[in-house]
Design a protein around this ligand. Structure first.
Ligand SMILES: C[S@@+](CC[C@H](N)C(=O)[O-])C[C@H]1O[C@@H](n2cnc3c(N)ncnc32)[C@H](O)[C@@H]1O
Length: 345
């Protein structure tokens, strides 16, 4: 049984972003008897504190949710929070590019009815000072979503050569002063390697021209975002995950994705575009069957948070929600064996 204090603490930690919209968008795919099955299967690719999963399990008493997260702490806390749903909830500790393997294990003939992704970092990770995600708390520079895998922010900052550091800051952080900051990091580590979040914040502050520090909040914000994305290889995992998620849906199944920065949203938009457009070569008088769109857009462009949502949750300020339904099987000429692998978990 869920403890009251855990539930209260979770709710305070994380109010699921656009929960009602996510539920309404998935509802047609999961709320009716599906083929011969009485129950729907949903994969929540970003379980976090289990807020969205709890909403789905509560609203649809026949639905099963499989929650994926790469963070062992999220898996542990969300599993406690969702214990009361018994066999209707399963947690899987892995990265979400394994969504197809998870569907192969828990889906109906390998397919599921809806998939949700609420990308990025969780309030749990940001608020736990010792994880090193936040520029407002003194902590060792870690930033790994799974602290048992990969290299920490400290190892990255103290080993990567200056050109690659500048690229990370420019591309993942959209940081205008990427080279200046990268050079300052390399100069600094020649005497004493960077070890804490506070040291990184101070270094960025010193490296930036005064004019650049006057607006836009903490000047280290973009650097922290960039390092976090690099440490967790977030974009390459997402690039693989979106097509695999689409391929894991049954026809009629729905995928809802919430992104919080333009690089993620671009990957989602591009992957959806490939399925929303006909690929019949221009000039042909009729549409070829195998080239018809295999996705239908469920919202126009990207949904943003309205004032009510913003008042509920400041994190929703940057959200861009996109949602599609799979209306056909994937045309064979778009089939990429690397994206759509068949092995099981
Ligand atoms: C914004 S939070 C999700 C919050 C959740 N929707 C809720 O309502 O509590 C994002 C979660 O996704 C996880 N995550 C980020 N990248 C991931 C990846 N590549 N694979 C699996 N989980 C990932 C993070 O560890 C974090 O717990």
């Amino acid at each position: 049984m869920e403890s009251t204090s855990l539930s209260a603490e979770n709710n305070a930690l994380h109010q699921p972003v656009l929960l009602r919209t996510c539920i309404d968008l998935m509802a047609p795919a999961i709320s009716r008897p599906i083929d011969s099955r009485a129950t729907g299967i949903v994969i929540d690719c970003t379980l976090g504190m289990g807020g969205h999963s709890e909403g789905i399990l509560t609203e649809f008493p026949d639905v099963t949710v499989v929650g994926i997260d790469r963070d062992p702490q999220a898996i542990e806390l969300a599993s406690k929070r969702l214990e009361r749903f018994g066999e209707r909830f399963h947690a899987v500790l892995t990265t979400y590019d394994d969504v197809d393997r998870v569907a192969a294990k828990y889906g109906d003939h390998g397919k599921v009815d809806a998939i949700l992704m609420d990308l990025g970092v969780s309030s749990l990770q940001l608020d736990n000072a010792e994880r090193g995600f936040s520029y407002s708390h003194e902590a060792p520079l870690d930033m790994r979503m799974n602290p048992t895998q990969g290299i920490s922010a400290q190892e990255l900052l103290n080993s990567v050569e200056v050109g690659e550091l500048a690229r990370i800051l420019r591309v993942y952080g959209e940081e205008k002063f990427a080279m200046k900051i990268a050079q300052a990091i390399v100069r600094r580590r020649e005497t004493k390697p960077l070890a804490t979040t506070t040291e990184l914040v101070e270094l960025v502050r010193d490296a930036l021209p005064a004019a650049a520090k006057r607006t836009g909040g903490n000047p280290a914000k973009r650097t922290f975002q960039a390092i976090r994305i690099a440490v967790n290889t977030e974009l390459s995992v997402l690039e693989k995950a979106v097509p695999r998620a689409l391929e894991s849906l049954r026809v009629g199944g729905r995928l809802v994705i919430e992104s919080y920065q333009s690089l993620e949203d671009r990957i989602v938009k591009d992957a959806f575009q490939r399925g929303l457009k006909s690929t019949t070569p221009a000039g042909l008088p009729m549409e070829l069957d195998d080239h018809k769109p295999f996705l239908k857009a469920l919202v126009r462009g990207a949904v943003k948070a309205d004032d009510e949502e913003l008042a509920l949750n400041s994190r929703s300020a940057s959200v861009r929600l996109r949602a599609v339904e799979r209306v056909r099987t994937t045309p064979t000429h778009l089939f990429n064996p690397d994206y759509y692998r068949g092995d099981t978990l």
